[in-house]
Design a protein around this ligand. Sequence first.
Ligand code: CA
Length: 451
Amino acid sequence: MWTQVFYVCGFTLFSMSLAENPASSTQSQDHMGHCQYIFTVSSLDGSSSCTGAATERDGLLSRLTLLEALVSRLVGGTDGDTEGGLQEAYAQITGERDQLQQDKDRLAKQIQELQRRLSKTSLEVESLRLKPCQHTRGNQQDNRHSPRTGSENSFSINAYQEMKAEVTEVPASYLLLERNQTSKGCGELIMVGEPLSHKKAESITGKYGVWLQDPDPQGTLYTNNTVWRIDAVGRDVRQLFAYEDMNQFSRGFPMKVLLLPEPVESTGATVYRGSLYYQRRQSRSIIRYDLTSESVVNRQDLPHASFHGQYPYSWGGYTDIDLAVDEQGLWAIYSTDKAKGAIVISKLDPESLEVKQSWETNIRKNTVANAFMICGRLYTVASYTAPDTTINYMFDTATDTGKAIAVPFKNKYRYNSMVDYNHALGKLFAWDNFNMVSYDLTLGRSGQSSR
Ligand code: CA
């Protein structure tokens, strides 16, 4: 349409030129006999030269061509160009996104490697702290000959080099001893060892469950060698298996099967001072079941606690209420409507089951796979399926503060449904996809941070 308007305007101007400057024509034949018509029009400014008119015509043609191109783009070519531009921009953004994803993957791998190195370094530092310094005679002689002002530095350098050498030569048996020694301290968690499978469940009812040893047994019927096990798959879980020791447990020979009077919910049960503590199915009731008398000796509702799938851990399974035991006693890990899904920790009286004190964290319960207590500190596991995950958060009830951490943790069988701490053994017990596994732990010294 714009082109037509332009042509109309151009023709009108040309016509006006003819009207103001009369034209003449002549007719003749060329050398080939063709008829030639020659039209003569006076120039607009009346000059006799044709050069200016030709230049002006060429200029007009150029502008006309330019305008036609512009009009063409405006009328017919806009959508195509826009679409082409968008496609080009989309392709560019897609490329940048792919590049960012690659960068992200690369950085994630670097972070994982750094976490692994940090954990290894922490272990080495802790080993050095506990190993008494033994200086060789040569070093002492060197120190005596050192200038007085430099002797202290010289000693430090020698001691450092000596300790550094010891780190590289420390035997495996010594490291094992260190773990046992440090595990009895109450420092922060530094390292979790490789999972060791003790038993694989025989049937589908054992895909997930609870297995434990009592860190502080009472009476004589059961000892700290007794192993307790509940296969937690099913709607009416009541069987509690007792094994004489770890050997019988691994061989699959229970010494007794106790039938609980009320069904168990999920995998949050624990054993402590001769009692099994567990959440009754589809309720917030905590039951204390005495293992010797085989009877319920106490029960109490955990105030405001969510249950049966309201605020479970990330793997679900009605893991709303998780009971735990550590050096300081019995704990409940759960959430409430008031906390809106954040983890609440309550210290329970093991006799009365009354809540003695509570702490509210800012950890979303459904974003972590499991949790356990060590020395009054809550630790959360980031994933229940990732073979290489981390203990990703720690909350200290002594200071009422929490922080993000990154202690490597392995889900060897990729479906970890229960993780609990046994302070007498300094180990974690876990149930990972039919496998009942344990992990050795390394704790820092009391009052010292792992970071
Ligand atoms: Ca737990």
